[in-house]
Design a protein around this ligand. Structure first.
Ligand code: TTP
Ligand code: MG
Length: 359
């Protein structure tokens, strides 16, 4: 059987880090990203805070009023959450990952599992993780933390060990030594309540959980929950990386200074469209939506798309549609372009389409 490793990737203080990149002058200050329920009274909750703010006790979920008290006189910056931007970046990161593996599971807006084949050993996965980290840093100027392990559980726990900008590799034979000294709430799913319950039984570390009296735990937590805890404490996790069906094919390039005029841009778009059409042909898909992604010099991301009359894999149709979108975009927003991408979405198999046509 082919050997595999799992990489878990989690962006560091995601919303707040994006805000720091967008506005470098706030770097170094406590930054708190908020969702306001009442704009006037500035009430609501903290979505996340950067590490400077966390030092003062601010974290996800606390009321904004409490964060303001904790950061009183600290020159803190409170910003409203800009979900559209975070979604765009999340989408861009997901696209990067598809260059390294087609087995990707997105677990949240800033967390991904990536399954990679390793023939020679898990160090191959480490190399891939380093390349991914570098590419995310280069394209989005964002750091993330990655964990590499024989399964999803170990990869996820490992990713949380050295934040921010961490990389933690756990080989199969190291799993138990890695887990044993950790506190029980490193296991995903163990929240405050379970932690307190376990502590009341004298169970603080994963090792203590591993050797605890299972019958006693099962009696109080239920057999299923206790069984899950025991498996986790032993580093066992057989859940697969839930591969999503490929929803889109996209290509993107950085625009150098020489390629700023419309004609050069058109050539670039034609080339990207040709590459996408080749890929569509290879995987035998057609797509109904053609989109462009435009990133400006400040990293701001814009997406525009059009639904076609019928699905296509034709380079010329893709190019024509993308060029029209692009012209329209620049008329409406004359930005300084850094990167341009073309994508085809709402993919369906050619076979499926044929049978539909036959029907
Ligand atoms: P997390 O990855 O949990 O947190 P984070 O990226 O801010 O920090 P860390 O470095 O510890 O990974 O969540 C990702 C984003 O999801 C976070 O930036 C904001 C949002 N979020 C909320 O809106 N509410 C919440 O309660 C949590 C936990 C996160
Ligand atoms: Mg995160």
């Amino acid at each position: 059987m082919e050997k595999k490793a799992v990489i878990h990737l989690d962006l560091d203080y995601f919303f707040a880090q994006v805000e720091e990149r967008k506005n470098p002058s706030i770097f170094g200050k406590p930054v708190v990203v908020c969702v306001y329920t009442n704009e006037k009274e500035q009430k609501g909750a903290v979505t996340t805070a950067n590490y400077v703010a966390r030092k003062f006790g601010v974290h996800s979920g606390i009321p904004i009023t409490q964060a303001k008290k904790l950061l009183n006189g600290k020159d803190a910056v409170f910003l409203p959450a800009n979900y559209e931007l975070y979604e765009e970046i999340s989408y861009g990161i997901r696209n990067i990952l598809f260059n390294y593996s087609d087995k990707i599971e997105q677990a949240s807006i800033d967390e991904f599992y990536i399954q990679v084949p390793v023939k020679e050993g898990i160090h191959e996965a480490e190399k891939i993780a380093v390349m991914i980290k570098n590419e995310i840093l280069k394209k989005f100027k964002l750091t993330c933390s990655v964990g590499i392990g024989p399964n999803k559980l170990i990869a996820k726990i490992a990713a949380g060990i050295n934040k921010p900008d961490g990389l933690t590799l756990v080989k199969e034979e190291q799993v138990q030594d890695f887990l044993d000294p950790l506190e029980v709430d490193r296991i995903p799913g163990i929240g405050k309540k379970t932690k307190e319950y376990l502590q009341s039984k004298g169970i603080f570390t994963i090792k203590q959980l591993r050797i605890a009296d299972f019958a006693e735990l099962a009696e109080e937590l239920g057999k299923k929950a206790a069984g899950a805890l025991r498996e986790a404490a032993n580093g066992i996790d057989n859940s697969p990386v839930e591969e999503e069906k490929q929803k889109q094919i996209s290509r993107m390039v950085t625009i150098t200074d020489g390629a700023k005029d419309a004609l050069e841009l058109e050539k670039t778009i034609n080339e990207l469209s040709r590459e996408i059409a080749e890929e569509l042909n290879r995987v035998e898909f057609v797509g109904k939506v053609v989109g462009i992604q435009v990133i400006d010099k400040d990293m701001k991301v814009y997406n525009r798309s059009t639904t076609l009359q019928s699905p296509t894999k034709d380079a010329e149709i893709i190019a024509k549609t993308a060029n029209e979108l692009c012209k329209k975009f620049f008329l409406e927003k004359p930005i300084e372009l850094r990167r341009i991408g073309v994508r085809v979405e709402k993919l369906e198999t050619i076979k499926g389409q044929k049978s539909l046509a036959n029907f």
